[in-house]
Design a protein around this ligand. Structure first.
Ligand code: PEP
Ligand code: MG
Length: 299
């Protein structure tokens, strides 16, 4: 639980040498916000909507989704809330989905599944468009591989916004960004001109780079040994992302582990989104490091 007793600049965070850092929270179960003070955070860097939409009935329920998204947005007041569209498939199956349900991490999942089942994407799109008027919403697309996928989803947002306008329902098209968690996308990041922001998902990036499924019993040591390669790819992708000067963050679990923070700072990352229970440890680790990732003496 992010707490920062007695400080007036509660949400503000700097490295030991004064570089501003944004530290956000990853939200799974929306009920977790009850134990969080938004003022101590830079907002929600990743809300995994699979927890709010956990059945086929939920996926078809625009009003129910709207209520959940609105709750989180009003809790955050003016802090950004990044809601990721449904990342179904792979390690996150949706029971009862029918065709094409995919349990494979290299088949239809994330945005591929959303575009293959547009009726699911359209319901969530309408909920998000309507929720956007209640706060500072950013929408994030999961498992993007090619720029055309961002464009197709953006088109769905435009079409649904036009529908809502015809029905006289208040709505807003929010910024639409993407997870960078497929190696192809990371290597080609400068080609994603239509994405408004990027967030590195190292959980999936690592499984695809190391050819070792994240839910495999071998994955722990395997993924640890693959991390230097993941960091090298992040470094390259940061340079490509920088060309467009778009907001970049990291929300994979690597950001919740203080041992990798020096390397993440060194590649230029300045916005981290971490599990709520890791927030205090990551916050103090950042204050003990310089922006280049070196530790201040005595730390
Ligand atoms: C990731 O892949 O790193 C990520 C943050 O998304 P998820 O763990 O939900 O797949
Ligand atoms: Mg992922």
């Amino acid at each position: 639980v992010p707490v920062d007793a007695g400080r007036s600049d509660k949400g503000e965070l700097r490295t030991a040498d004064g570089t501003p850092i944004l530290l956000s929270v990853n939200l799974n179960d929306p009920a977790e916000i009850d134990a969080l003070d938004p003022a101590t955070t830079a907002g929600i860097g990743l809300m995994r909507s699979e927890f709010a939409v956990s059945s086929v009935a939920d996926a078809a329920n625009e009003e129910k989704q709207l209520a959940i998204y609105r709750d989180v947005l009003s809790w955050a007041v003016d802090k950004p809330v990044t809601i990721r569209m449904l990342d179904i498939g792979g390690d996150k199956p949706l029971a009862g989905l029918g065709d094409p349900p995919s349990g494979s991490s290299t088949d239809l999942r994330g945005i591929r599944l959303l575009l293959a089942r547009p009726e699911i994407a359209r319901v969530q799109t309408r909920s998000l468009l309507r929720a956007a008027v209640a706060g500072n919403l950013r929408v994030m697309l999961p498992m993007v591989t090619f720029p055309s996928e961002v464009d197709e989803m953006r088109q769905i947002f435009r079409e649904e916004a036009a529908q809502l306008a015809r029905r006289g329902l208040p709505h807003l098209i929010p910024p639409i960004g993407m997870m960078v968690e497929v190696p192809v996308a990371a290597l080609m990041l400068d080609t994603f001109e239509t994405a408004d922001f990027f967030s590195f998902g190292t959980n999936d990036l690592t499984q695809y780079l190391a050819a070792c499924a994240r839910d495999s019993s071998h994955s722990e040591p395997f993924h640890r040994r693959a991390t230097p390669a993941v960091l090298r790819l992040l470094g390259q992708a940061m340079k490509l992302a920088g060309k467009g000067s778009k907001p970049v963050s990291i929300c994979g679990d690597i950001a919740s582990d203080p041992q990798w923070l020096p390397a993440l700072l060194a590649v230029g990352l300045r916005h981290f989104s971490v599990a709520p229970e890791r927030f205090p440890a990551i916050r103090s680790a950042i204050m003990g490091l310089r922006a280049d990732g070196t530790r201040v003496a005595g730390e």
